[in-house]
Design a protein around this ligand. Structure first.
Ligand SMILES: Nc1ncnc2c1ncn2[C@@H]1O[C@H](COP(=O)(O)OP(=O)(O)OP(=O)(O)O)[C@@H](O)[C@H]1O
Ligand SMILES: Nc1ncnc2c1ncn2[C@@H]1O[C@H](COP(=O)(O)OP(=O)(O)OP(=O)(O)O)[C@@H](O)[C@H]1O
Ligand SMILES: [Mg+2]
Ligand SMILES: [Mg+2]
Lengths: 262, 262
């Protein structure tokens, strides 16, 4: 069964997009047919893959975005475009998506619109990933309802630790009302800085809470990861020898093994 | 006229809370009667000041939170509590606030609920600050509608740069429909790392766009700033000699001068 993963954490700036883009790239590079869906109006995953977010969108004369698919019933196939990575396709986002929260609020079965969109795509792709915005609104809820499991990036910082219990509560609610089989596939520690005592303390605390669901791969703070998006490339194409790239390559191998075990 | 500032940027993890807590602390230390209102359900500003977010809230037997004030008409005065910094009061938040988005959606004049709450408090405080969540939903819109001006933290990273145009668009909309006198008081560059070329490129780009509204004080990446919240203290009390503390002390002086010039 081809897994669908939602990358989620309502705390801002913890590495959701960086994980989505780089994980998707390494999965595709290893031969896995991968789709990355950008559910964030900020469209960082879209631009992190070198796609011009001002050139997409039905209202701007481009191919449809995830907004057009969710809100205006555009064909999902028409919204899927190739990226700079062979084997990696994307369903891009743009600022139109900022309106989706209000526009979808009154719809019948508003939480499962994305699930119905993704269903027919499962046969075409080996793995589907969602990047989500830093909130627990309708877009993230759609991601959680459509996914088989979540991947949770947690930044090695104090404030990021505080938000984890809120996230677990939300996942429980989704499981009870919308998606009973939603699992926690992986917790990924990000922006680890070995020189900072707090980093290790956060890792230890998360390992105590989540046990072996925490990936043994800890993503280090690595400047190449933050430079790559300014070149519109995942780190696999920007600087594959960097420590950041190596961490995401290992993570992709782990996610592949998880998928096969399902 | 006692200014009210909203600290805003929908991009996640750019230093909104760190700026709100540490600016508020240094303003209070310099003798300014300061109120910090936490409009984020994550309640990071609340815990960054050492307030136990599980001990507040009318439904939990504690003093009311901003949620109780906005949604259940609790008295604002009852929700204002002292902090570990003399002269700094706070209106704390907790997870209840996550429900406000939906609960306020159908209210008449939902965008200006906070403005009506804050109006009578202006006489009691020299400066009022709002910390906001990483989204442009009802809570942030309430902050923008109730403020005289915004303070915009921008992280010295590529993705953070992308979100600025969306934020400016939203501020324009608020000005046109809800708060015609809303100004941009200050843009603050955060997490600057002198070893990273990208940092300086982002600073240059933001200065080109915002000119002298960009504070000359650039907040460096400084581990003491990320450690302080784990001790429930602003950096002014945790490590006042650190570079992070010095930057926020200077920023407070600048904000004071701005306030006097109004
Ligand atoms: N391991 C890392 N090392 C260095 N920089 C990183 C790392 N991971 C992410 N970054 C940078 O940190 C910032 C935040 O990461 P990112 O935007 O991926 O987080 P996010 O959770 O998607 O944010 P948001 O909540 O706004 O969606 C970005 O500028 C990114 O380039
Ligand atoms: N100048 C700095 N140097 C080092 N760490 C910092 C600095 N500013 C903020 N941090 C840390 O970076 C993380 C993100 O900052 P913060 O939580 O203040 O951002 P935010 O914009 O409020 O995030 P959110 O969007 O989730 O509300 C926190 O862990 C914080 O401690
Ligand atoms: Mg993101
Ligand atoms: Mg914050």
């Amino acid at each position: 069964m081809n897994p669908v993963y939602c990358i989620v954490n309502q705390k801002g700036g913890v590495g959701k997009t960086t994980t989505a883009v780089n994980l998707a790239a390494y999965l595709a590079i290893s031969g896995v047919a991968t789709l990355l869906v950008d559910l964030d109006p900020q469209a960082n995953a879209t631009s992190g893959l070198g796609i011009d977010k001002n050139a997409v969108g039905a209202e701007h004369g481009g191919s449809p975005t995830i907004y057009d698919v969710l809100v205006n019933d555009a064909q999902p196939d028409d919204a899927i475009i190739p990226t700079c990575v062979p084997g990696l396709m994307a369903m891009p986002s743009n600022l139109d998506l900022a309106g989706a929260e209000v526009e979808l609020m009154a719809r019948v079965a508003r939480e499962t619109i994305l699930r119905r969109v993704i269903e027919p795509l499962r046969a075409r792709f080996d793995i589907i990933l969602f990047d989500t915005p830093p909130s627990l609104g309708i877009l993230t809820v759609n991601g959680l309802a459509a996914a088989d499991a979540v991947i949770v990036p947690i930044q090695c910082e104090y404030y990021a630790l505080e938000g984890v219990s809120q996230l677990m509560r939300t996942i429980d609610i989704i499981r009870r009302h919308v998606n009973p089989s939603l699992e926690i596939a992986l917790v990924v520690m990000t922006m680890f800085d070995a020189r900072v005592r707090l980093s290790q303390q956060v890792v230890d605390e998360v390992r105590r809470a989540f046990g072996d669901r925490v990936s043994p791969t800890v993503v280090p703070r690595n400047v190449r990861l933050s430079e790559a998006p300014s070149h519109g490339r995942p780190v696999a194409l920007y600087d594959p020898a960097s420590r950041g790239a190596q961490a995401y390559r290992k993570l992709a191998e782990e996610v592949l093994k998880l998928g096969q075990a399902r």
